[in-house]
Design a protein around this ligand. Sequence first.
Ligand code: FE
Length: 172
Amino acid sequence: MTRLLSLKTYICILLLMAVGCKGVSQEKEEATVNEEEQTETFQVVKSEEEWHKELTDIQYYVLRKAGTENPGSSDLLNNKMAGTYVCAGCGTALFSSAYKFDSGTGWPSFDREIEGNVAFDVDYKIGYKRTEEHCAVCGGHLGHVFDDGPRETTGQRHCINGAALRFVPSEQ
Ligand code: FE
């Protein structure tokens, strides 16, 4: 009997240790994720007040609050002129007009970014995993990238808020 009890006690202790370890390892994982978020630094850093002053309401909502504009609302959606789409926050060149295609979604879409000027992250905001993209220089939110783009080129669909962009026509 004593032996049986001690075996039960032993098992209980083992279980408690296992649960305890799991708790600790989860805390560690979360801490690592948070640290990674905090380590991304940007060349252009401004206070919320400064961004508010410089940007329109919709630009601020998209770039600084990671909001999404209504589909079909951007003047740049059907723009077919040759030029460069730059960050509305800091002017960094993000997409070339050569990469633009009509995705039919209501948001300006590109099959690739100007390499090095766009940075990527993962978000679960609407319940499933998406690859978020933002300006690599100021951190302004741009949109998301999906893998259902044109197969004849990259297969990527960079679904970008027009409010995050400013169009600079090519010099003729
Ligand atoms: Fe920027």
